[in-house]
Design a protein around this ligand. Structure first.
Ligand code: KDG
Ligand code: MG
Length: 402
C-alpha cells in the first residue's frame, strides 16, 4: 500500500488544531494529531516543508521504518516540534493499518486489558465553594475521578480555572496574557481546598491536582505532605522536571503519588524518573511523545518499575489524539488513568468519533483504526487564529513558570 498524498489541515473551532491526513493508493486514509498549543504553525511548517515530501511514494504499512526514518533520518532528534510531527505520521499510519485490517487499533496492540478506560474530569471554580460545587457536577455525570483547581485569594489568574461557562482554554490571545503567581498564598490555600472537597464529597471519589511546574523541590515536598490526609490519586508536575534529581528530595518527604510528563517528548525524558522510581505515573501524550510507537516503549519501561500510564488529555490535544490514546489505554497492561477534559461541541462536530463515555470510563469503540475522522468541509469554516499560552509573573515582576 503506497502513500499517494498527505496534507495538513489547520482548524480553529474556538482553539487551533493541526491534523495530518495521509492517503494511499488503496483509497484508505488515516489521520493524526499534530497540535502543539500556541506553537501550531511551527509543526505545520515542519510537516509541510520537511516531512510530507519524504512520505510520498513510501509503503504505508511500514510504520516502524517511517518512525525511524523521521527520527534518525532528521539527524536533529527530539524536541516538541519534531516529535509532534513524527507522532502525527505515526498515528495516521496506525489508523491506516487498522482500517486495512478491519480492526480497531487496540486489537493491533494486543487486545483489551480491561473493559473501559478510567478517566478524570476537570472541576474548577473561582473560590473553594465553587470548586466543591463543580466536583459535585462531575460526580453527578458519573465520573469516578476528578482533578480539582481553585482560584486563590491574592493570585490573579490562578492555573486551571474555567472562565464562566466556557471550558478552560488557556491559549486566549494573539500575544501571551499575563497572570500573577504567589507560592506562599498557594501553599497555605491548597490544603483548605482539599479538606473542604473531602468534607463535602467524601473519600469514594479519586481526587487529582496539578501544580503546573510552579514550585521548588522543597515547596513541592511541603505541598505533598500537607495534602496527604486528603489521599490524592496524584499530584501533577510539582516542580519543573528538567531537574529530575529534584524528585528525589520530594520523595523523601511525602507519600502523595507524583505524576509528570505532559511536556516530555522522548523516552529519554522519562527514563531517569522511571528507573529511579521517583514518580508513580508517567503522563506523556500520544501527540507530543512520538505517537503510539514510542508510547508503547515508554509503557514497557514504566512497567518494569511499577510506574503506571496517565496520558495527558487536555483539550489542546484533538479528538484524533484522544482516540489514539484510548486504544493505547485499553491495551496498556500498566494503565493508570486518562485525562479527559471534554472538548466543546464545535470540536466534537469537527472530529466525528467512535469513543463514548459511560460510568466514569471512556471506551474507544470498535471502528477500524483510531475511530476518529475529520470533517474537512467544516474545518474550512474555522480558519486559524493566532493564540498563545499565558505567562506568569511574581508580584515584583519576576518571570515565573506558567
Ligand atoms: O497546552 C498546555 C495545556 O495542555 C496544559 O496547561 C494542561 O496541564 C495541563 C493538564 O494537565 O491538562
Ligand atoms: Mg498538567
Amino acid at each position: 500500500m503506497t502513500i499517494t498524498g498527505a496534507r495538513v489541515i489547520v482548524a480553529c473551532p474556538g482553539r487551533n488544531f493541526v491534523t495530518l491526513k495521509i492517503e494511499t493508493d488503496q483509497g484508505i486514509y488515516g489521520i493524526g494529531d499534530a497540535t502543539l498549543n500556541g506553537r501550531e504553525k511551527a509543526v505545520v511548517a515542519y510537516l509541510e516543508e520537511h516531512v510530507i515530501p519524504c512520505l510520498l511514494g513510501r509503503d504505508a504499512t511500514r510504520i516502524e521504518d517511517a518512525w525511524q526514518f523521521l527520527y534518525r533520518g532528521a539527524y536533529w532528534r527530539r524536541g516538541p516540534v519534531t516529535m509532534a510531527a513524527i507522532s502525527a505520521v505515526d498515528v495516521a499510519l496506525w489508523d491506516i493499518k487498522g482500517k486495512a485490517a478491519g480492526l480497531p487499533l487496540y486489537q493491533l496492540l494486543g487486545g483489551a486489558s480491561r473493559s473501559g478506560v478510567l478517566v478524570y474530569g476537570h472541576a474548577s471554580g473561582a473560590s473553594i465553594e465553587q470548586a466543591v460545587d463543580a466536583v459535585g457536577r462531575y460526580v453527578a455525570m458519573g465520573y469516578k475521578a476528578v482533578r480539582v483547581q481553585s482560584g486563590i485569594p491574592g493570585v490573579r489568574g490562578a492555573y486551571g480555572i474555567d472562565r464562566g461557562d466556557l471550558s478552560y482554554e488557556p491559549a486566549d490571545a494573539a500575544l501571551p496574557s499575563e497572570t500573577l503567581w504567589s507560592t506562599p498564598a498557594y501553599l497555605d490555600f491548597a490544603p483548605k481546598l482539599f479538606q473542604r472537597v473531602r468534607e463535602v464529597h467524601g473519600f469514594d471519589i479519586e481526587l487529582l491536582h496539578d501544580a503546573h511546574h510552579r514550585l521548588t523541590p522543597i515547596e513541592a515536598a511541603r505541598l505533598g505532605k500537607s495534602l496527604e490526609p486528603f489521599r490524592l490519586f496524584w499530584l501533577e508536575d510539582p516542580t519543573p522536571a528538567e531537574n529530575q534529581e529534584a524528585f528525589r528530595l520530594i520523595r523523601q518527604h511525602t507519600v502523595t503519588p507524583l505524576a509528570v510528563g505532559e511536556v516530555f517528548n522522548s523516552i529519554h525524558d522519562c527514563r531517569e524518573l522511571i528507573q529511579n522510581q521517583l514518580i508513580d505515573y508517567i503522563r506523556c501524550s500520544v501527540v507530543h511523545a512520538g505517537g503510539i510507537t514510542q508510547l508503547r516503549q515508554i509503557a514497557g519501561l514504566a512497567a518494569l518499575f511499577q510506574v503506571r500510564m496517565g496520558c495527558h488529555g487536555a483539550t489542546d490535544l484533538s479528538p484524533a489524539c484522544m482516540g489514539a490514546a484510548l486504544h493505547f489505554d485499553l491495551w496498556a497492561p500498566n494503565f493508570g488513568i486518562q485525562e479527559y477534559m471534554r472538548h466543546t461541541q464545535a470540536t466534537d462536530e469537527l472530529f466525528p468519533h467512535a469513543y463514548v463515555f459511560k460510568d466514569g470510563c471512556l471506551h474507544p469503540g470498535d471502528a477500524p483504526g483510531i475511530g476518529v475522522d475529520i470533517d474537512e468541509k467544516l474545518a474550512a469554516k474555522h480558519p486559524y487564529q493566532a493564540k498563545q499560552l499565558p505567562i506568569a509573573r511574581l508580584a515584583d515582576g519576576t518571570m515565573w513558570n506558567w
